[in-house]
Design a protein around this ligand. Structure first.
Ligand code: SAM
Length: 225
């Protein structure tokens, strides 16, 4: 039976890949679909995986969908990987999963690295219930979304880039109040990994005097009133 396998890859530390992920990429697929073929080649070289790799990213996924689905139906075994973490989580993957399901192709997603889980658990904020927002809209709809998030009674997770961190923390403080608790997880699993916890004001104070670099997850306490 034809099948697509989604394979999570490390978010920094190359050791964070499962034995099963390596085996599947090495021995059980004919082709690896990758968001960035050069980045994926580094991982594949590291694990001595010699497999053909082809590009599948947000700029070509619509055009590629049909061709890929037909090739899987014809018997090719394929894996989808992205630059880091789990495909489909703020990354390409959803459209392909949906297209495969609608064509009765089996889809299997391996458990593995994703940035928001360690960021959430390590924040010290309640992780029994949470809302994953991913990236906020950069412009249109941003204020509306911030107001909606401010009312949520559960922990909120945002992905953010370093150059927008301060602006976003400022807007969160405006909508949620300066004393709302939060955490910034930066460079998870990498040499300069850091989790900073505090009120939104304290985080703004800290990052106003810092050269902000690296990949970032923001965790914000829910509205507990
Ligand atoms: N698919 C990925 C996942 O499963 O987490 C997310 C991909 S998304 C395009 C990239 C964003 O994830 C970054 O901008 C950052 O917000 C977050 N991220 C990825 N790696 C990270 C890391 N090592 N430390 C902190 N955040 C990270």
């Amino acid at each position: 039976m034809s099948k697509l396998v989604l394979v999570p890859t490390p978010i920094g530390n190359l050791e964070d890949i499962t034995l099963r992920a390596i085996r599947i990429l090495k021995d059980e697929v004919d082709l690896i679909l990758a968001e960035d073929t050069r980045k994926t080649s580094i991982l594949l070289r590291h694990y001595q995986i010699a497999k053909p790799v082809t590009a599948f990213h947000q700029h070509n996924e619509h055009q590629q969908l049909n061709r890929i689905v037909q090739r899987i139906k014809a018997g090719e075994r394929m894996a989808l990987v992205t630059d880091a973490g789990t495909p489909g989580i703020s990354d390409p993957g959803f459209l392909l999963v949906r297209a495969c399901i609608s064509e009765d192709i089996e889809v299997e997603t391996l458990p593995g690295p994703t940035a928001f889980v360690p960021a959430l658990v390590n924040s010290g904020l309640p992780c029994d219930k949470f809302f994953f927002e991913g990236f906020l809209p950069p412009k249109k709809g941003r204020q509306t979304r911030l107001s909606q998030l401010a009312a949520m009674p559960v922990t909120i997770i945002l992905y953010e880039s370093p150059h927008r961190l301060l602006k976003t923390l400022g807007q969160l403080a405006e909508h949620m109040g300066p004393e709302r608790k939060a955490a910034v997880a930066r460079e998870l699993t990498k040499i300069h990994e850091e989790t900073r916890r505090g009120t939104l004001t304290a985080l703004i104070d800290h990052y106003s005097n810092t050269d902000i670099k690296g990949e970032i997850v923001i965790i914000i306490d829910g509205n507990r009133q």
